[in-house]
Ligand binder design. Structure first.
Ligand SMILES: *Cc1c(COP(=O)(O)O)cnc(C)c1O
Length: 405
């Protein structure tokens, strides 16, 4: 039998076609080689697998259900819409799927500490949660501008026992947080593990984070078959770095009849700086240690990006997303701020589910698609997270619409 897609990608050096790899400063080559070697061993280690299964079931709340969105389906008047409920994970999003596994990996490597960057603070909170559970120290680097903007997440991280280190150079946002976290990691590599927050960064992170997220797709396939006695026609997820999308795509990637769509944020428009649609408008380049498609400014540096969903405003995408899109296995959908806000309220008022603004991008795209493809078809959305973190911002800037839809 030929190997499955997941078994055969990436290659030995962490490449998906020409995308991926590990472009590291020399001091980090050793530590990353060690992580790769250990992960290969642990991946098939029954103890590691058993521990992960245990925490997923008894702490995280897995399996998460699939909900049929009956009212939203009727409202749209087309394909049946289903939601994979990653918003029901402990801490409110899919990110804990890879954070719990990364911290178990750190423990197995004999480390006492985890270090990471965070943009809006979502990855920082998930990692701080996992570190608290497993009793490891946690150090999160965050741009000073983001620290001021994302105050509640900073407080959460501190309550969970993490140390928050401000990055005070340059634009003081995500890119500077990554620089700061890498600088802090180099002298601590013996005792700490760097934990990346999506399917990005140098090999082996795009591989590991995908594997850790693939539980979403494997559960979803089984659940969907049980509910509908068929595979979904479309699987839709929002794409920032691409981890929740890779998670759900993993379950269906060898089923060629299932269309896989990653939705990118069009923000306020198609001018550079107004969106974060990296696959749609980007070009090949190396950033943060891997080769992928990225949005560049006129000097070839990562361009400033914007989206109302602060977890998807990243100027690049994971290498596997770039690869799958380049070979036509996935397609790219688009959704702007306004459509995302509309979907945020519709899902809240028609289904009683307040989605994260990131996830609302996938919902908005699916609503357009449902009408287009008609009532005989089905769409499965990965609802990556819940919207509690967004409610203060939303009611201030986009007040609740008067009429129920
Ligand atoms: C971080 C985040 C995302 C974006 O990250 P991916 O790696 O693209 O999945 C999407 N949704 C939610 C709720 C998030 O917190």
């Amino acid at each position: 039998m030929s190997k499955s897609y997941l078994e055969s990608h990436p290659d030995e050096n962490g490449f998906f076609g020409k995308f991926g790899g590990a472009f590291l400063p020399p001091p980090l080559e050793g530590p990353f080689a060690e992580i790769t070697k250990e992960y290969k061993r642990l991946k098939n280690d029954p103890e590691f697998i058993a521990e992960l299964k245990y925490v997923r079931k008894h702490y995280q709340g897995r399996p998460t259900p699939i909900s049929y969105a009956k009212n939203l389906t009727e409202h749209c008047g087309g394909a049946k819409i289903f939601l994979k409920r990653e918003d029901l994970n402990h801490s409110g999003a899919h990110k804990l799927n890879h954070c719990m596994a990364e911290v178990i990996l750190a423990k197995k490597l004999g480390k006492t500490k985890v270090i990471a960057e965070t943009g809006a603070g979502q990855h920082g909170v998930a990692l701080a949660t996992a570190a608290a559970y497993f009793g490891l120290e946690c150090e999160i680097h965050m741009g000073q501008v983001d620290i001021e903007k994302e105050h509640p997440n900073v407080v959460r991280m501190k309550i969970l026992g993490a140390k928050v280190v401000p990055a005070t150079h340059g634009l003081q946002t995500l890119k500077e947080a990554v620089d700061s976290a890498f600088d802090a990691y180099v002298p601590q590599a013996d005792t700490a593990l760097f934990c990346i927050g999506s399917v990005v960064g140098p090999h082996p992170f795009p591989l590991m984070v995908r594997d850790f997220q693939s539980v979403v797709g494997h559960e979803a396939k089984e659940q969907f078959l049980e509910m509908e006695d068929a595979l979904p026609d479309y699987v839709v997820a929002c794409v920032g770095g691409g981890s929740n999308a890779m998670g759900i795509f993993s379950g269906f990637i060898d089923d060629k009849e299932v269309n896989l769509t990653g939705v990118e944020p069009m923000g306020r428009g198609n001018k550079l700086g107004e969106h974060a649609a990296s696959l749609t408008y980007g070009e090949e380049g190396i950033m943060h240690g891997f080769n992928s498609i990225m949005l560049k400014d006129k000097d070839g540096e990562p361009a400033p990006v914007y989206s109302i969903g602060s977890g998807i405003d990243y100027p690049s995408v994971g290498p596997e997303q770039a690869y799958l899109s380049s070979i036509g296995r996935t397609t790219v959908g688009l959704c702007n701020d306004e459509e995302a806000v509309d979907a945020f309220y519709k899902l809240s008022q028609l289904e009683g589910i307040i989605p994260a603004l990131e996830s609302a991008h996938a919902v908005a795209y699916a609503m357009k698609l449902a009408k287009e493809i008609g009532p005989e078809k089905t769409i499965l959305i990965n609802l990556s997270g819940r919207g509690d973190k967004d409610i203060d911002f939303i009611v201030e800037h986009h007040p609740v619409p008067n009429a129920k839809f």
